[in-house]
Design a protein around this ligand. Structure first.
Ligand SMILES: Nc1ncnc2c1ncn2[C@@H]1O[C@H](COP(=O)(O)OP(=O)(O)OP(=O)(O)O)[C@@H](O)[C@H]1O
Ligand SMILES: [Mg+2]
Length: 319
């Protein structure tokens, strides 16, 4: 089990970024502790990359504050760069160089000594399981392995904190799983990992999570914490002889039932506080509309259900 260390290594308070009049990151606050894997989940354009770039000292904030490894992102960006590894969303490798040559090049940029380069090169190659690819040209490697070379690059100077911006985008499931095993190992060894993703299955690897939507963090916490906060009860999955009619009839009386959505041939309902009352109302409404219920099952919400529900609730509040 993850052992929560007390001291946060990333502290963010009311951080905001504007591009002209457009607010890309809107007053976000959170803390990440040492050794944690902290996930940033959000759709395209939510503000994930902009947040990462500010935390890595690559983009100046409009307002608010953040400290990374104890240094201010406003004044100490050079110190921050020494303590962090950053794998950007569109990382660049030299395609016409081998894995080892790429690593040597980046180690030079970090200013590592010749002996240190050799030692660290061997270590990161083992860590990212690239042993058999040392002399392989990057151009002929599959995407998933290139991602591992980029990860190896970002680990050369032994950073305490890793920032990974959608590190597994476009990578096949097997290599994605392997990538996450490497991330888990790094975290166990004490490295803090801040990672953005679109993939719902990947959040299972995160100790804590922030859901970002339209520049704001709309929910934050452990996966279980977010799930139980969002859904007091399990979802009700209802199978009827006519899903469209059932949805229409239930939607009309949604105040008596809860939140309703269609999933394939099923109607999903997030019941209100009184689940027994909700269930009784569902039966009555469908019976009155002459719709036959084939089956009602309680299902446990997935992270995708949670995400969709939170965004819908947020947008209703905004109206
Ligand atoms: N340099 C810039 N100038 C103007 N607008 C920008 C700039 N960089 C980002 N944006 C805008 O800010 C918003 C947030 O962008 P950002 O790249 O942070 O999103 P993201 O969550 O990383 O999305 P994706 O999942 O597509 O990578 C987007 O609407 C984007 O168009
Ligand atoms: Mg991005």
């Amino acid at each position: 089990m993850f052992n929560m260390k007390d001291n946060p290594v990333i502290k963010v308070k009311d951080l905001t970024k504007k591009f002209g009049k457009f607010t890309a990151v809107d007053s976000i606050s959170f803390e990440v502790r040492q050794g944690e894997i902290y996930g940033f989940l959000g759709a395209n354009g939510a503000g994930k990359s902009t947040t990462i770039k500010m935390l890595c000292g690559l983009l100046e904030p409009f307002s608010g504050q953040a400290e990374v490894a104890g240094f201010s992102i406003r004044t100490d960006t050079e110190q921050i760069k020494r303590h962090i590894g950053y794998m950007s969303q569109r990382f660049s490798l030299y395609n016409n160089l081998t894995v080892e040559e790429n690593l040597t090049f980046y180690a030079g940029i970090y200013g590592l000594s010749r002996e240190r380069i050799k030692k660290r090169m061997d270590e990161v190659i083992v860590q990212t399981e690239l042993m058999e690819y040392r002399s392989t040209l990057v151009s002929i490697m599959p995407g998933g392995l290139k991602q591992r070379v980029a990860l190896a690059n970002s680990l050369l100077h032994q950073p305490r904190i890793l920032f990974l911006d959608e590190p597994t985008a476009g990578v096949d499931p097997i290599l994605r799983r392997r990538f996450w095993e490497i991330i888990d190992e790094l975290s166990t060894a004490g490295t803090t990992v801040f990672v953005t993703t679109h993939y719902m299955d990947e959040v299972e690897h995160c100790h804590r999570l922030a859901l970002m939507h339209q520049a704001r963090i709309i929910e934050e916490g452990t996966i279980q914490g977010i799930k139980t906060k969002t859904f007091i009860h399990p979802l009700l999955e209802i199978e009827t002889d006519d899903v469209v009619k059932a949805y229409a009839a239930l939607y009309e009386k949604k105040d008596e039932i809860g939140e309703i959505s269609i999933h394939g041939a099923m109607v999903h309902i997030i019941p209100g506080r009184n689940i027994r009352q909700s269930r009784a109302n569902i039966s009555r409404i469908l019976k009155n509309s002459r719709i036959r219920i084939k089956n009602v099952t309680e299902v446990h919400p997935t992270m995708e259900d949670v995400f969709v529900t939170l965004i819908r609730r947020y947008e209703q509040l905004e109206k």
